[in-house]
Design a protein around this ligand. Structure first.
Ligand SMILES: CC(C)(COP(=O)(O)OP(=O)(O)OC[C@H]1O[C@@H](n2cnc3c(N)ncnc32)[C@H](O)[C@@H]1OP(=O)(O)O)[C@@H](O)C(=O)NCCC(=O)NCCS
Length: 145
């Protein structure tokens, strides 16, 4: 697997906001409290992507996963997600996506029905207002293949 290390960044970080905007991912709520964001750095010091998590009761929302376009297809997305999840305590991990479900399925997430999702996750701004109701909600259900 590609090696990345994560460093926490503030929701106000300009490079985070630019990467999310370029990937058409939500930025409206990234400066709200309760979110933790990371930049992913490779051995030569370059930033190759970002990720974020929100604590929702005992569960987590994984969000803002992005690999900069010139670095995609090198297993960095997988590495970013694995490194991000390795930082979490126990609890289920959910996400909402409009176009990256096949990627997340490849790394151990499965689609779940909205009515099975904990209220604390549904109450996040991502799920309650920013993501369209047609977004696919996924949960990490098995080790990655
Ligand atoms: C989704 C994204 C993070 C994937 O990053 P990446 O570094 O290219 O992904 P990886 O190389 O780590 O891919 C891991 C596996 O998923 C597969 N995969 C990646 N993108 C895929 C896609 N769009 N459809 C199907 N499979 C995909 C890869 O082929 C790879 O499979 P393998 O294990 O058999 O080799 C990247 O395309 C991106 O930043 N997209 C824009 C932002 C976005 O949509 N983020 C998710 C919203 S929360």
């Amino acid at each position: 697997m590609s090696t990345v290390r994560l460093e926490q960044v503030a929701g106000t970080d300009a490079s985070l906001k630019a990467a999310l905007a370029n990937a058409h991912l939500p930025t409206d709520d990234i400066e709200d409290d309760g979110r933790t964001f990371f930049k992913a750095i490779v051995a030569d010091g370059r930033i190759v992507g970002f990720s974020g998590v929100e604590l929702c009761g005992v569960d987590y929302l994984l969000r803002s996963v992005v690999v900069l376009s010139e670095h995609r297809g090198q297993s960095l997305g997988r590495a970013v997600v694995e490194q991000t999840l390795a930082r979490l305590d126990r609890g289920d991990v959910f996400l909402a996506t409009t176009n990256a479900a096949p990627f997340f399925a490849r790394i151990g997430f499965s689609e779940v029905p909205r009515d099975s999702v904990p209220a604390s996750v549904l109450a996040t701004r991502q799920l309650s207002s920013i993501c369209p109701s047609s977004a696919t909600i996924m949960k990490r259900t098995r080790p990655p293949t």
